[in-house]
Design a protein around this ligand. Structure first.
Ligand SMILES: [Zn+2]
Ligand SMILES: [Zn+2]
Length: 196
């Protein structure tokens, strides 16, 4: 399966040429802010209500860079029970390992960059976190999305939003269940008396 190329957001591009030349264990930490206009381009299935704000930490791990992105945004989701849109505060905390395509010291093309093209530091020594953030936004969404844990949902009979209104359907439903139950227990006693 070929996944569509995500947009390469300018805010999530990091030139790691300097970091790659530093000793193993060297770290760069920067604040990151991606405006809504950029963030909403990252995936058509996400409806973004707030900028992404957080920090990016890049760690030189000898032959790779460990990149951790942590921060917060707000998504507009649709409740699976009452079908109303609601704001969901999304906390993202993800770490991925990026491998350079080019040896920073010799300029040689390196083998073993890995299968995942989104985790390759390109020939200009640019590490791109766009795909990592896109995946984090998709994978960290709650399933099922609920406007609140105790969302009462829609009445299956009349369709009113039971968080906002009450209807008479519920009582009728319970009554019919009791009726079915009492019919059953009457059958049981009939059967029992039949056995006797
Ligand atoms: Zn709901
Ligand atoms: Zn109802």
């Amino acid at each position: 399966m070929v996944s569509p190329q995500p947009p390469h957001l300018i805010e999530l591009q990091y030139n790691v040429a300097g970091l790659l030349q530093e000793p193993t264990g060297s770290v760069r930490t920067t604040d990151v802010k991606v405006p809504i206009s950029q963030l909403s381009q990252i995936d058509e299935s996400v409806d973004v209500m707030a900028p992404f704000a957080g920090t990016v930490r890049l760690l030189n791990a000898s032959d790779s860079i460990l990149a951790r992105i942590e921060g917060d945004t707000v998504l507009r989701l649709t409740c699976a029970r009452c079908l109303e849109p609601f704001a969901h505060a999304l906390h993202i905390d993800l770490e991925e390992e990026f491998r350079p395509r080019i040896d920073i010291f010799t300029g040689a093309v390196l083998p073993n960059v890995g299968e995942d093209a989104s985790l390759i530091i390109n020939e200009y020594h640019v590490l791109d976190l766009s795909e990592v953030l896109r995946q984090a936004m998709l994978l960290t969404q709650p399933l099922p999305p609920l406007c609140r844990d105790d969302c009462a949902g829609l009445c299956p009979t009349c369709g009113v939003n039971k968080n906002l209104e009450t209807c008479d359907c519920h009582t009728v439903e319970i009554d019919s269940r009791w009726a079915a139950l009492s019919a059953l227990s009457q059958n049981d006693s009939n059967n029992l008396s039949g056995v006797k």
